[in-house]
Each structure stands twice: as structure tokens, then as C-alpha cells.
Ligand binder design. Structure first.
Ligand SMILES: Cc1cc2nc3c(=O)[nH]c(=O)nc-3n(C[C@H](O)[C@H](O)[C@H](O)COP(=O)(O)OP(=O)(O)OC[C@H]3O[C@@H](n4cnc5c(N)ncnc54)[C@H](O)[C@@H]3O)c2cc1C
Length: 443
């Protein structure tokens, strides 16, 4: 199959830009072979590589990534590795506790595996910190949302802590938040630092990682042969860890929703600006409204900065117009100024967008696609945890080492068919806009 390659990552991945430049990439320019070929070097691809090293330590494993590790969605997300998705609270809680418990169990498997990799490869706390997260509420509606969420957490037997406005102020240094809901079992990562750290740890274990090497053709002879513009790699077994780009390989057409979300990162704050902010030097807040703004304040290798993420758009073409980007970035500026009036003159240094892959029925695509071809795709927007999980499970399927969780995911139904493209485009974008409007001050 010829792979239509429309990998579109608008703007620089700020998280990666603030790190020291990486060494020159190793390109796939010759003819090479491997026992396992993993296409895609994000959370899913690297977790798959790590899991195979555990199951078959002597296997020759190759990961082939179209761009630089850290420049794709895995290095441009907001870094919340979440065990209990906050949109659980968006519908009615009388629902299925067991289903939610399974969901939490699966996410924690991803979080724990990521923690083990972070420990194994000596990553810093800045790269991976299993220290919980806060759902911030800026409106009465948000406070009610957090309250509903906390009732559900009690029903699930989960730990949490409600923070009042004063406590939120002492963390964030802004009076914007009326309350917060802290849950302890989420990790906060610097996504580019994490993903680059994992890639470099895997390389030291002998995994070959080729970057700037898009696979443009994949075919099965006696083995699978994957072609890049300048070389090719032959392997008996392939794992596709390419998230929504699975469509480009000809699979799950009209079943995957390509959604973009956007972020902006300030320039480095000066010492004076940092002091004027009060609050903690680093914190991370998701919004009580799933359509609201996530905010991070960081203090580390790249200096003291604030990162804002919001807005979603449904882009079946996997491209984003300049107009859409401008609108999202304008929203970021407003969200930033509302929260940090004291910093109103500070400019954003990096702005970007990135791809999510969702399915209508919220299932992942972790399965055998063809003879000796497996997928670890469709992370439904929570790819830091779910992508890691997908990678583990695809590696287990590929090596016949199937655990209970892997069985559960493999047996999930297929992603539901989407409505015809024009209808889906109009319907989904209208729905998103309405939800964003309803989010009000949470945006
Ligand atoms: C702004 C933003 C904020 C986000 N915030 C969060 C968050 O806080 N928490 C969270 O859980 N998720 C978040 N996400 C989503 C998260 O980033 C993704 O779900 C996650 O990156 C998916 O991981 P993955 O490994 O499955 O896919 P990806 O990270 O997309 O990795 C797939 C890789 O495959 C490569 N590839 C594709 N085609 C080819 C080819 N033909 N040849 C070679 N390589 C190829 C791509 O270049 C890519 O690097 C956010 C996303 C964005 C954009």
C-alpha cells in the first residue's frame, strides 16, 4: 500500500523548542532488517518497543518516525497523564461504575508503565511526576461540576480533595479559580522531555530509532517491506503506532475522527515577573469543563513560563487553516489575560496545534489488522496514558503474551462509522462551538 502522507503539525512544538537541540537524527537511508518494526515514535510506539524488550530481550527492534521524536503530538500535548478522565462527570453519574473502574484501571496501567520507564531511564521529576492533578473551576457551574465529579469519585471509592478559592489562589497565584478538585493518581509530564528521554533510553538498550524517515509504502512479501524516501526496512512483524494516521495506511477509513487542539507558551518570565506572580513555581490545572482551558506554569530547563491550551476543531482532512489557527491563538491570549492580568503585556513565544484521534464510541484500535500487522492507535484524546497502554497491548498481541487488559482492549468493538464527511464536518464543529460557548469563563 502507498501511504498518503499528510502529517500536519502546525507551529513548533514549544515543549521541544525550549529543550537543548537534539543530536542529528539517524535516517533510514539504507536497506535494513529487524525482527519487529514499529512505525511511529510517540507514546504508543515507544511503549511497544519497551514492552518487546521486556518480552524478547534479544529481539532486533526498529522504530521509524516520520519527523523528529518530540515534534509530533507526543511532544506537543499538555502533559496530563490522567487516570480518571474529567469528562466522566459530563453525563449522568448513575451510570456504569464498573465500566468507569475498568477505564481507570486501563489508564493506570499506562501511567504505571510510563513511571517504570521514567525510573529505568533516570528521567527527572520535570519529565515525569506522578503527583496528581487539579480540576480548576472558574464559575459556579464549574464548582457544581467538580461537586458532581467528587460524588462520583466517592461512589467509585477514589481519593480526592476539594480545594477552596484561597487554596487555589495560593497554588496558582491568581484569584481566577473558585475551587479545585485534586485527584492524586495522575502524572504531569514535560511531554517532549519525557518522550525524548524514553527514546534515548531505548536506544541505549539497543532499539534502533530512525527519525525524519516517513514510511511511504508498506507491502507484504514473505516479510513486510516498509519504504522511506531513501531506504527500506524488512521485518516479519509490524506495529502501526501512528494514531489517526492509521487512515493513511488504508485502515479504519470513515471511522476515525481527526480533531485538533491548540496551545500557546509564553516567553521566559523574568525573575521579577516570576516573583510578582506568587503561588507555586510549577502547577498544572485541567478545567472543570472538558471544553475549558488547561493551564500549566512551569519552572525548569526552559525557564519559567505559562502554557495555555484550549479550543478544538474537527478536521477530517487532517489540515488546519491559518484562519482557524489565528482564532485559537486569539482565544489563548484572552484566556491568559483573564487569568493573569498582572502579566498582561507578556507575549507568547510559541504557538502550535496538534492532532488527536477519537472514535465515536470511544474505543481504541489495538488489534491484528492483517497477517503479522498490528495497530496501537486511536487514543481518544488521552494518548499520554492510553497511547502508552495501546503500545503495551499491541506488543503483547504481537508476541503472543496477552494479559487480561490486552484481551479486554483487543475485544473492544470497532470504531463506529462516521456520518458522511460534509455532514460530520458541519455537525461536529457546530457541536464543539456550542460546547465552547457554554464553557463561558472556563475557556
Ligand atoms: C495541544 C495538545 C494537547 C494535548 N494534551 C494532552 C494531555 O494533556 N493529555 C493527554 O493524554 N493527551 C493530550 N493530547 C493528545 C496526545 O498528544 C495524543 O493522544 C498522543 O500523542 C497520542 O500518542 P500516539 O503515540 O498514539 O500518537 P502520536 O503522538 O501522534 O505518535 C504517532 C507518530 O507516528 C508518526 N507517523 C505517522 N505517520 C507516519 C509514517 N507514515 N511514517 C513514520 N511515522 C509516522 C507521527 O509523526 C507521530 O509522531 C494533546 C494533544 C495536543 C495536540
Amino acid at each position: 500500500m502507498t501511504i498518503s502522507s499528510v502529517i500536519n503539525n502546525p507551529g513548533p512544538a514549544g515543549w521541544n523548542k525550549i529543550l537543548p537541540s537534539p543530536n542529528n537524527p539517524k535516517l533510514l537511508e539504507k536497506n535494513v532488517s529487524a525482527d519487529f518494526l514499529i512505525i511511529g515514535g510517540g507514546f504508543a510506539g515507544l511503549a511497544a518497543a519497551e514492552r518487546i524488550t521486556q518480552i524478547q530481550p534479544k529481539a532486533r527492534i526498529a522504530v521509524v518516525e516520520a519527523i523528529r521524536i518530540g515534534d509530533g503530538p507526543s511532544g506537543r500535548n499538555s502533559g496530563f497523564m490522567i487516570d480518571i478522565p474529567h469528562d466522566l462527570s459530563s453525563s449522568n453519574y448513575s451510570g456504569n461504575l464498573e465500566k468507569d473502574r475498568n477505564e481507570i484501571r486501563k489508564n493506570r496501567k499506562g501511567i504505571d508503565f510510563a513511571k517504570k520507564m521514567a525510573d529505568e531511564f533516570n528521567l527527572s521529576l520535570e519529565a515525569y511526576d506522578l503527583n496528581g492533578k487539579i480540576n480548576g473551576a472558574a464559575t459556579e457551574k464549574g464548582v457544581m461540576h467538580n461537586l458532581d465529579f467528587s460524588k462520583h469519585l466517592s461512589n467509585l471509592g477514589e481519593k480526592y480533595e476539594i480545594l477552596d478559592a484561597k487554596e487555589m489562589n495560593s497554588i496558582t497565584g491568581t484569584s481566577y479559580y473558585k475551587n479545585g478538585l485534586f485527584t492524586p493518581y495522575s502524572a504531569i509530564i514535560q511531554p517532549a522531555l519525557f518522550i525524548r528521554g524514553i527514546a534515548s533510553g531505548l536506544k541505549k538498550k539497543g532499539v534502533q530509532i530512525f527519525e525524519n524517515s516517513p514510511i511511504i509504502d508498506l507491502k507484504k512479501e514473505s516479510n513486510w517491506i516498509a519504504q522511506t524516501p531513501k531506504g527500506k526496512i524488512e521485518s516479519p512483524l509490524v506495529i502501526l503506532a501512528v494514531n489517526g494516521n492509521l487512515n493513511n495506511f488504508g485502515f479504519m477509513k470513515s471511522r476515525l475522527m481527526h480533531v485538533y487542539t491548540y496551545a500557546s507558551m509564553t516567553r521566559k518570565l523574568t525573575n521579577e515577573e516570576t516573583k510578582s506572580l506568587l503561588g507555586k513555581k510549577s502547577w498544572a490545572i485541567t478545567s472543570a469543563d472538558p471544553m475549558g482551558t488547561t493551564v500549566r506554569r512551569i519552572s525548569g530547563i526552559g525557564g519559567n513560563r505559562i502554557i495555555i491550551r484550549n479550543r478544538f476543531t474537527f478536521n477530517p482532512s487532517m489540515t488546519v487553516s491559518g484562519k482557524m489557527l489565528s482564532k485559537a491563538f486569539e482565544t489563548h491570549d484572552n484566556s491568559f489575560r483573564k487569568r493573569f492580568p498582572i502579566l498582561k503585556n507578556i507575549q507568547m513565544e510559541y504557538r502550535w496545534g496538534g492532532q488527536l484521534c477519537l472514535s465515536r464510541n470511544k474505543v481504541q484500535v489495538v488489534k491484528k489488522l492483517a497477517d503479522q500487522l498490528y495497530s496501537a492507535c486511536c487514543q481518544n484524546g488521552l494518548g499520554t496514558a492510553k497511547g502508552t497502554l495501546a503500545g503495551i497491548c499491541a506488543a503483547e498481541l504481537a508476541t503472543n503474551k496477552v494479559s487480561k487488559t490486552t484481551k479486554m482492549i483487543e475485544n473492544e468493538e470497532s470504531p463506529k462509522l462516521l456520518p458522511p464527511k460534509p455532514l460530520a464536518y458541519i455537525g461536529a464543529n457546530a457541536f464543539i462551538k456550542l460546547q465552547e460557548f457554554k464553557a463561558g469563563k472556563e475557556l
